[in-house]
Design a protein around this ligand. Structure first.
Ligand code: CO
Length: 176
């Protein structure tokens, strides 16, 4: 596998990923390559299917985020089989995505969430969070469920954004 970033409309971005039931060297290898690719692409989060790994794994690192205004402490973590079990409040979130290069959109997200997941050893984790981390977690957990962030746009807006994106993508491919 080459672990290149899968970009829309790659079908792996539209599928629900398989649950992980192996907590071994293979899982560790997947997580390592996910961190590596995320840092290479300068992302703050990555879902396994974005690099072609068909499992419910996400990695996040918000520690290098250069936003002094929000005095939120960064965190680095890998979550296996994560699920959002509680949501409350609403915020408008402006997001980009490695699988939609060149696109930035503003969409509603829950303000506060509770996530149940497993760690690299298979131990259960419960995480309650808000702010930037909550938004990143929602974005990445959506990915492993086959839900791209454009799904939160109205049909009209989505069509316009996708037309712009596909046009830019075609031009990019042609100039290569
Ligand atoms: Co994304």
């Amino acid at each position: 596998m080459d672990y290149r970033i899968r970009t829309w409309p790659d079908k792996i971005l539209k599928q629900k990923m398989k649950e992980v039931d192996f907590f071994d060297e293979r899982l560790k290898g997947y997580i390592e390559i996910m961190y590596k690719r995320m840092y290479e692409e300068e992302g703050v989060g990555l879902a396994a299917n974005q690099i072609g790994i068909p499992y419910q794994i996400i990695v996040i690192d918000t520690t290098k985020r250069e936003n002094e205004e929000e005095k939120e402490e960064g965190i680095k973590l890998a979550l296996i089989n994560p699920n959002i079990v509680e949501k409350s409040g609403e915020v408008q979130s402006t997001e980009g995505c490695l699988s939609f290069p060149g696109i930035q959109i503003t969409i509603p997200r829950a303000e506060k969430i509770k996530v149940l997941a497993q760690d690299i050893e298979g131990k259960e984790i419960e995480l309650e969070t808000d702010g930037f981390l909550a938004v990143v977690l929602q974005h990445e957990i959506d990915h492993i469920n086959g839900i791209p962030f454009i799904n939160y746009l109205s049909p009209v807006k989505r069509r316009l954004i996708l037309e712009k994106y596909m046009k830019a993508k075609k031009e990019l491919t042609r100039s290569k």
